[in-house]
Design a protein around this ligand. Structure first.
Ligand code: AHN
Ligand code: ZN
Length: 330
């Protein structure tokens, strides 16, 4: 009885109140927070990548026909072989812009040589025989820690990881020679063809008859701190879908600060141009863009391109994105 009265009283209260005080009660359902996308981060050891960069730099400047170049070529092939890749050194010849006859050594490693579906990873391993962007000792050769050794060091650690965690596809790694024996700027307008002599040689004389890969990724000057990789023009012309895919993975892994949504037009060329145009493999270039100058890294073609430039967190970012890309392919 007492309860009934209470109900009536409450009912009376509700009816008696105006619309402005009685609010429709919407049940609040606690919304589940959207779970963060779970990304399986591939294993990549920046310390070993750094060591592979340093071991190259420790040989000294490495340009065609010099002694350190010969020693480093053996080191690179042996290292790839030690990770279980099928290796070879492709020997070729070329004439440089200043009429030097050079022997080209392209170092090649195949992972899963019988797999039909393949991707190609590449970087140049030679270093510039002069320091034309420096203000002193311009005729002396540079160490090329970033311009040369960085891309190779990252790919070497990628190769080591592939031997531990096997991918579903085949992966080819090529360290191109004689990328950086090109003519200094301002001499003539056929300048760009004097660069990338190793990749031009390979594209015209592939190491296997009818060699093909689904796509290619070039690393060049990808080891400095705060690296800023833009979507570069040659990559966007020939392989925009690969740029989009790799940059998307970069963001997924939390490296949107490196893999930025900005397109740029670099001055000059790079090895991927010939892999695209002669070998017909859609290929992209992961290369740092210097915002202050709109050019390459500030130490480019100077004696400051030494181990001080190399940053382990950049090596990790690039290496993880590459491995993630490989493991996503089926
Ligand atoms: C030119 O300067 C024409 N190309 C630059 C390509 C390059 C040099 N990448 C690294 N070093
Ligand atoms: Zn260079």
């Amino acid at each position: 009885m007492k309860n009934k009265l209470l109900y009536l009283f409450i009912l009376f209260l509700i009816i008696g109140c105006g619309n402005d005080t009685v609010k429709e009660v919407i049940p609040v359902v606690e919304k589940e927070p959207t779970p963060p996308i779970k990304i399986e981060r591939p294993e990549f050891n920046a310390d070993s990548a750094y060591l592979y960069v340093k071991e190259q730099v420790d040989f000294g400047p490495r340009f065609p026909n010099n002694k350190a170049h010969g020693k480093c070529a053996i080191y690179l092939e042996n290292k790839l072989k030690s990770f279980g890749l099928t290796t070879m050194t492709q020997i070729g010849s070329a004439t440089t812009f200043n009429n030097q006859k050079i022997t080209i050594k392209n170092i090649i490693g195949e992972y899963n040589p019988d797999a039909k579906k393949r991707i190609l990873l590449f970087a140049h391993w030679d270093t510039r025989p002069f320091a034309d962007q420096d203000t002193k000792d311009m005729t002396k050769p540079i160490l090329g820690a970033n311009d040369g050794a960085s891309g190779v060091g990252i790919l070497m650690e990628v190769a080591r990881q592939l031997s531990i965690n096997q991918p579903a596809i085949g992966v080819d790694i090529i360290f191109f020679d004689a990328e950086d024996y090109g003519e200094p700027a301002g001499m003539n307008n056929t300048l760009s063809e004097t660069y990338c002599l190793g990749s031009q040689y390979w594209a015209k004389n592939m190491h296997k008859k009818d060699y093909s890969a689904d796509f290619g990724i070039l690393l060049d000057m990808a080891g400095n701190a705060n690296a800023y990789f833009t979507q570069e023009a040659i990559s966007m012309r020939y392989a925009p879908h690969i740029v989009q895919k790799v940059w998307h993975y970069g963001k997924l892994l939390g490296y949107g600060n490196h893999f930025v949504n900005k397109s740029t037009n670099f001055v000059g060329t790079d090895d991927h141009q010939y892999v695209n145009e002669i070998a017909g493999i859609p290929s992209i270039d992961i290369i740092h863009y210097e915002r202050a100058s709109g050019n390459f890294h500030s130490t480019w073609h100077t004696h400051n391109d030494n181990m001080d430039v190399i940053d382990k967190s950049t090596l990790s970012a690039v290496g993880e994105v590459l491995l993630y890309t490989i493991y996503q392919e089926k």
